[in-house]
Design a protein around this ligand. Structure first.
Ligand code: NAP
Length: 277
């Protein structure tokens, strides 16, 4: 009998029950006919390092990492990609054959790929972007947009100092607006992104006045529950193009899956359906 190890991967968070990653990776494993498994793991911050160091010995080829561990894993990893270092957080760990742990951040890749696939007409160089929020996800989005050539990013965050921290780190292409003036960013924006958790099921609504939105502006929301947020609904009614946040979640999962299981999966309507099940 063949004695081949079945590759294991998973997602580590605390809590983890809400994660859609097991559905996404499970769907790809099934449709590609790969004999591997992807497991959700609820791990406390106290146990994180021990668990990560034990997993390779138990047959794991890597894991995704989510809240609240995304920053901490950079200290545990032996090697960090440039983008993970720049963002200051990782969402993907690869357990290499040489026993080294590599940390990567694929959120920015997922964000850009989602826009490219859903809205092929949008050119990053076409004009300024406006961002609501300055948390962890915003850092990945800012790094990706600057890398893609967006000329200016206007940021407004409830806690202004967090937006200013992004400005001092990412440089003079960033401008900061007070949270009460967030609506003023919209008149010149070619792209509008909500990176806050506002508008998500169970969270308060995004109350930024949207009357400054212009027809034809591309509007996207990182929140994907609900799929069509109030922001996207209003933007659509005002003649904007809209892209929901589920695609980002699907695309950010692709590089990890490919590294762990050796095949690059497709993000298609069946993947979306699997994530929504
Ligand atoms: P985070 O680091 O905790 O940041 C949360 C952001 O939301 C901060 O800018 C925070 O502002 C703002 N915020 C929260 N409550 C607020 C309120 N009541 N009023 C005004 N602002 C408020 O979280 P994150 O990791 O960046 O995630 C943000 C959202 O993106 C979450 O909904 C997450 O699910 C989503 N996300 C989606 C994807 C995807 O693949 N689609 C990937 C990553 C994240 P303060 O700084 O003032 O607190």
């Amino acid at each position: 009998m063949e004695n081949r190890k079945i590759p294991l991967a998973g997602v580590i968070g605390c809590p983890i029950a809400h994660s859609k990653s097991p559905q996404i990776h499970g769907h790809w494993l099934r449709t590609l006919g790969i004999s591997g498994h992807y497991i959700p793991m609820d791990v406390t911050p106290e146990d994180l390092e021990n668990v990560i160091r034990t997993l390779p010995r138990a047959g794991f080829v890597g894991v995704n990492v989510t809240i609240p561990h995304k920053e901490r894993v950079l200290e545990i990893a032996d090697i960090c990609t440039d983008r993970a270092t720049l963002i200051g957080a990782a969402n993907t760990l690869i357990f290499r054959k040489d026993s080294k742990i590599l940390a990567d951040n694929t959120d920015g890749y997922g964000f850009m790929k989602n826009l490219e696939m859903a809205e092929s007409g949008w050119q990053p160089g076409s004009g300024p972007a406006a961002l609501f929020g300055a948390g962890g996800a915003a850092r990945a989005v800012v790094a990706a947009l600057l890398h893609a050539g967006v000329p200016e990013i206007m940021i407004s965050n409830r806690t202004r100092v967090r937006a200013e921290a992004l400005q001092s780190e990412f440089g003079k292409r960033i401008t900061v607006f007070d949270w009460v003036q967030a609506g003023n960013m919209l008149d010149t924006a070619k792209l509008v992104v909500n990176t806050t958790s506002l508008g998500m099921i169970g969270k308060p609504p995004l109350r930024v006045p949207l009357d400054g939105l212009r027809k034809g502006t591309l509007v996207t929301d990182l929140v994907y529950a609900p799929l069509k947020t109030k922001l996207l609904q209003t933007a659509e009614e005002m003649g904007c193009s809209t892209v929901d946040g589920l695609g980002m979640l699907l695309h950010q999962a692709v590089p990890g899956f490919e590294r762990w299981f050796g095949e690059r999966p497709e993000v298609d309507s069946a993947t979306r359906a699997a994530a929504l099940r």
